[in-house]
Write a protein that binds this ligand. Structure first.
Ligand code: PLP
Length: 486
C-alpha cells in the first residue's frame, strides 16, 4: 500500500514514512493510491470479531510495511476494556464503542455509538491511543526520538498527552491559553506529572498559541535539530484508526450485509467523518453520511450549496460545542480530491484559491470553479446545523425520553440526525464526548451537574504542573531545547 498527495506530489510513500510527518511536501494531504476493498465474505467474517481483532483486519489493509504480528500486538495493547473503561452504567466496556438503541419504533431506529469512553472522555482517544503505541514502536525501531509540539483549546491536547505519557522516545510540549480552558480540562492536562509531558500556559488566546507553533514549523533548522513533530487531525494514522469504528458500528447494528446504516457525525475539522467516507469507499454499506455542524457552519454551507467559504476569525463564533468551532476544515481536502476524481492539479488550484481568495465554488453556476456539487449525493453526504438553543433542547429531550445525559457536541449530532433519519435505515449518531467535559452547558440545560465517571470526582484537587509563559517565541524555543537536551 503506497500513499500519494492530494496535490500530486509524485514520490509514493509507505505508511511508516508518512506516520511521523504531517503535510506532504507540496502542501497536500496523504491518501492511499487506491482504497482497499472489503468483500461481502470478509465483512461477514468480521461480524464475530472483538474490537481489537477487527482493528487488526482493517489496519493491515492500510499498513503493509509493519509485520502483521506487530500490528496485532499494537491493537491488542490499545483496544482494551481497561483503556476504554469510562463506559456508562449498562454499557459493556469491552465492546470499546458500545451501541445504545435510543429509539426503535415504526421502522425508525436511532442509535448512539459511544466513542468517548477513553481516558480523556472524548472520541479523540480512539485514534490517539493507537498513535501513541505506533509512535513508540516506530521510534524504537528507528532508534529515534520525537518531540511533539502542539496548541490546544481543550480536547486534542489532553488526548495527545494521555496517549504519549510514559512512552519511550516521545516528549509532548503542549501550549494552551492561560486560564481560558474549563477547570475540568485544565485539571485533566495539568495533573499529568509524567517526565515526558510539558504543559505550557501562554498568556494570550488560542490563536497566539497556534502562531507560536507555526513560528517553530517555519524555522526548519530548529525544527530538525529539536526533532519536532505534530499529532494534528490531518495525521493519516489518526484517520485510519477512526475508520475502524464505522465498521464496528455497522456490524453491531445489523445482522446481514444486505442491510444499510447511516451515520451522523458532529463535525469540525472533517477528520471524523472523513474516516466514514473512507469506510464507505472501501465498500461498507453506508447509506448516508450526515455532517452536523454548530453555528460555525462552513461545512453545512458547502454540502447545501457547493460553495466552500472559510471564515475569518471575527466570523468564527465561540460556542457551547467548542471542539467544533473552526474557520476552515483541515481534512476537507481529502474528500474534495475524491469528489474531483482525484484530479490533483485541480485540487492544488482550489486550495491555493482558499489561501488567496478564502474559498472556492463547485456549485456549477456561471463563473464557478466546477459543477461537482451535483455529484455530492452519490457520495452519500448530507448536512445540517444546530445552535445553542437547539443544544439545550436536545440535551433536555434526550434526558427526558431516554434517561441519559449527552454532551453538547453529541446534541448537535442528534438534532441533525433526526432531520435526516429514514424509515428502515438505522441512524447511528457518533457520541464524541461525555457530558462531564462540558458541565457548564449541562447545568444550563438541566439545572444540575453532569455525572462524572469514577476516578474523575476530585480531579480539580490533584496537584498540577504547568509552565506559564508570555507569547515570546524565543523563550518557548529555549524552554523546549532545555528539556530535550538536543
Ligand atoms: C474534535 C471534536 C469534534 C470534531 O471532530 P473533527 O474530526 O474535527 O470533525 C467533535 N466533537 C468533539 C467532542 C471533539 O473533541
Amino acid at each position: 500500500m503506497q500513499y500519494v498527495s492530494t496535490r500530486g506530489y509524485t514520490a509514493a510513500q509507505n505508511f511508516s514514512e508518512i506516520l511521523l510527518g504531517g503535510l506532504a511536501p507540496d502542501g497536500g494531504l496523504y491518501l492511499p493510491e487506491v482504497y482497499p476493498q472489503v468483500s461481502h465474505d470478509e465483512l461477514n467474517a468480521w461480524r464475530g470479531l472483538s474490537y481489537a481483532d477487527l482493528a487488526f483486519e482493517v489496519l493491515k489493509k492500510f499498513i503493509t510495511d509493519i509485520p502483521e504480528d506487530d500490528i496485532k500486538a499494537l491493537v491488542t495493547k490499545t483496544y482494551t476494556a481497561e483503556v476504554y473503561k469510562n463506559a456508562r452504567a449498562g454499557e459493556n466496556a469491552s465492546e470499546i464503542t458500545p451501541l445504545r438503541i435510543l429509539e426503535d419504533q415504526s421502522g425508525r431506529k436511532l442509535i448512539l455509538q459511544a466513542l468517548s469512553n477513553g481516558p480523556t472522555l472524548a472520541f479523540k482517544d480512539m485514534a490517539m491511543q493507537l498513535l501513541g503505541n505506533l509512535f513508540e514502536y516506530t521510534l524504537s525501531k528507528q532508534h529515534e526520538e520525537l518531540n511533539i509540539l502542539g496548541a490546544t483549546s481543550g480536547d486534542t491536547g489532553s488526548a495527545a498527552e494521555y496517549a504519549m505519557r510514559g512512552k519511550k522516545g516521545v516528549r509532548v510540549f503542549m501550549l494552551s491559553p492561560h486560564k481560558k480552558m474549563s477547570a475540568f480540562q485544565t485539571a485533566q492536562m495539568f495533573s499529568l506529572l509524567d517526565d515526558n509531558i510539558f504543559n505550557i500556559a501562554v498568556e494570550g488566546v488560542f490563536d497566539d498559541c497556534q502562531d507560536m507553533v507555526k513560528a517553530v514549523s517555519n524555522d526548519l533548522t530548529y525544527k530538525a535539530k529539536q526533532k519536532i513533530g505534530t499529532v494534528n487531525s490531518i495525521n493519516w494514522a489518526r484517520v485510519i484508526a477512526q475508520v475502524i469504528y464505522y465498521f464496528r458500528g455497522y456490524l453491531r447494528a445489523t445482522t446481514q450485509n444486505t442491510e444499510k446504516v447511516s451515520f451522523t457525525v458532529p463535525s469540525g475539522n472533517f477528520g471524523n467523518i472523513c474516516a466514514g467516507h473512507i469506510a464507505r469507499m472501501m465498500g461498507l454499506p453506508i447509506a448516508k453520511l450526515v455532517v452536523a455542524t454548530n453555528e460555525n457552519d462552513v461545512l453545512d454551507e458547502f454540502f447545501r450549496t457547493g460553495i466552500y467559504r472559510v471564515r475569518k476569525s471575527a466570523e468564527t463564533w465561540h460556542t457551547s460545542s467548542p471542539s467544533m468551532d473552526i474557520s476552515k476544515a483541515s481534512n476537507f481536502e481529502r474528500f474534495i480530491y475524491d469528489l474531483l476524481d482525484r484530479d490533483a492539479v485541480r485540487v492544488a488550484a482550489l486550495f491555493r484559491k482558499v489561501e488567496t481568495e478564502g474559498g472556492f465554488d463547485l456549485s456549477g453556476q456561471t463563473g464557478s470553479d466546477g459543477d461537482e456539487f451535483k455529484k455530492i449525493a452519490a457520495f452519500g453526504f448530507q448536512s445540517g446545523k444546530s445552535t445553542h438553543s437547539d443544544r439545550l433542547n436536545t440535551i433536555r429531550q434526550v434526558e427526558q425520553n431516554y434517561g441519559i445525559t449527552i454532551d453538547t457536541h453529541t446534541a448537535d449530532g442528534i438534532k441533525v440526525a433526526l432531520e435526516h433519519i429514514e424509515q428502515n435505515v438505522p441512524m447511528i449518531v457518533l457520541e464524541t464526548a461525555l457530558a462531564a467535559k462540558f458541565n457548564e452547558t449541562i447545568q444550563e440545560a438541566l439545572g444540575r451537574d453532569a455525572e462524572r465517571p469514577a476516578g474523575f470526582e476530585n480531579i480539580e484537587a490533584l496537584p498540577q504542573r504547568v509552565k506559564v509563559m508570555t507569547s515570546n517565541v524565543d523563550d518557548m524555543k529555549a524552554f523546549i531545547a532545555q528539556h530535550t537536551g538536543l
